[in-house]
Write a protein that binds this ligand. Sequence first.
Ligand code: SF4
Length: 703
Amino acid sequence: SSAKHNETYTSTCCYCGVGCGVVVKKEKNGSISVEGDKNYPVNKGMLCSKGMNLHYTVNDKTDRLLYPQMRYNKSMPLKRVSWDDALDRTAAVFKTFIDKYGPESVAFYASGQCLTEEYYVVNKLIKGFIGSNNIDTNSRLCMSSAVAAYKMALGEDSVPLCYDDIELADLFLVTGANPAWCHPILWRRVEAHKAANPNVKIIVVDPRATDTCSVADLHLQINPGTDITLNHAIGRLLIENGDIDIEFIRNHAEGFEQYSKLVFQRTLSESAKICGVSEADLRLAAQYIGEAKGFITMWTMGLNQSSVGVNKNLSLINLNLITGHIGKPGSGPLSLTGQPNAMGGREVGGLANLLPAHRNLNNPLHREEVQKFWGGKPIDPKPGLTATEMFEALESGKLKAIWIMCTNPLTSLPNVRLAEAALKKAKFVVVQEVSNKPETLAYADVILPAAAWAEKEGTMTNSERRISYLNKVVDAPGEALPDAEIICRFARKMGFKGFDYKTPADIYAEHVRLTTKTNIDIGGLSHEVIKEQRSVQWPYKKKTKLGGTPRLFADKDFYTPSRKAIIHPVPDALNSEMPDKDYPFVLTTGRIRDQWHTMSKTGKVNKLNQHLSESFIEIHPEDAETLGLNEGDVTIITSRRGEVRIKAKITTTIKKGVVFIPMHWGKILGSDLNRANNVTSDALDPISKEPDFKFCAVNLQKF
Ligand code: SF4
């Protein structure tokens, strides 16, 4: 590298959707150190354990893939090849399949950790030039239920508020989330705000008593899957207590009448019984909401990852709508994005059912606009395969080739045994990866080494619509290349025009042009402007507005056709695999404090492995007694799909009849029995196609 020594760069943490700003220092020996950026509005210098240790993941290159590898059939070993050979062959194979079986025979499976520019080019490649919509990302497993609910309720996939509303709120309803561990810096802000203002109240809804509950005024330890019943019961109480905003409902919302009828169908005692909480606690929750001047709802995977995920989301957003707590400071629904750039990916249309700038695939005008802009093939109106559907299609032979970038499906997909069988059967697998650890690599015909965080430049958008620029600090090791560069080189090998960008800034400029006149218009943005302002919240139509748009809907003008918000009277039926005599327990999954997703980065950091060094299953003491299980006993967990063997952790923090396994662990030393997703269910929400990670029936046995 020609870079000088001891240089300082700004960037954004590449783990969770909080999107903390970091300052990266490059030392004389080329290694880097990371600290929180004191001038960044999100974290004001703070970092959580994961962010604080980011530099280890960059400095330690021992697990890195350094050059392209390839094999002609799966019984042969992978061999080092040149970039040209790897991409020429991949292009030849893709062309063969496309000619023989049509463009739907190939697919790209990407990630909420990709930069916006990377998402943009891969989306353009498949939708605009290959001619299929088979691009989906692991954001499907993460935020797609929230996306669908926002669209249905507000007319647009848009988080209405910003983090600065935290300090203006006096009530937080946190549901299906453990932000103390999973969105730590955002939660530090909530905690600090409450410490300084004792009148601030926190309600946590979770079948587990997590660390987040330690500062809660009220913990509603509901039965898993009963969120909609709970939200409806609270809605009913708010109506009964007269704690609704009649003016807002009358002038700015639709659907209240049906909603009101629906929530009165269950008595309070019935709802309390279904949810497994007391009537008094339901009343207290409604009382807190009724008293609040600023009311923020926060949620993440507990609502999203469900076969009724969209309905769960809508039932919660309804509470903001009936109380009019939206579009004003200190109020609104705040979905906590799991991944650092799931939102950026949606902005460029990087999912099987979207087009750039939140355009819709099913709108012929939108398709035409995008096709004209790209100058490629007509865009197929049929939605592509979503994350889990891709693997089903590989298994059935309908899909021939899959290109996996920046994600580790053989740990993270539900019912992962099926995904394994699918990759075994796949005709052609390309894995574009940073690390040599993911299990997926064992199935690759071509391995493409990718540059990691701090080794490439580009942008990301966090949970509050804040776009930031991530600097390149060091060179990637070996022959690894930035993901966007790999995709563009491949597109050129395919003979497609429009992929010869000089820099990521050029890619970004193209994305910006596609957003103009849409609801997410960032016409005033460029890499240059973001660098100048450090970060900007969309929309940002003109260059003049410093920092962009912190809040939406101050004018109560929603993006729906009627310009009103829509209260959806969603049924509270659960559509999950219910426990029975053979599988009597409900399994729920989640994260732990110091690991990130499938651990390919955080697993490299000794300090982070010390917190909880191996997987475990949380079991209530009464259940443990019935099963004859003692603390630390190896437990066999089986479901209709597979088996896990891990140690029992006996704790009263979990509800009786419910068990919990962390999602992070995959194959370790040849054994995959730590992997939670051996047993999870791949039932999908019918609208969002998000899987039911948080609910399936399992059986437990002492080993
Ligand atoms: Fe990174 Fe999230 Fe931790 Fe912030 S809270 S440092 S974005 S992992």
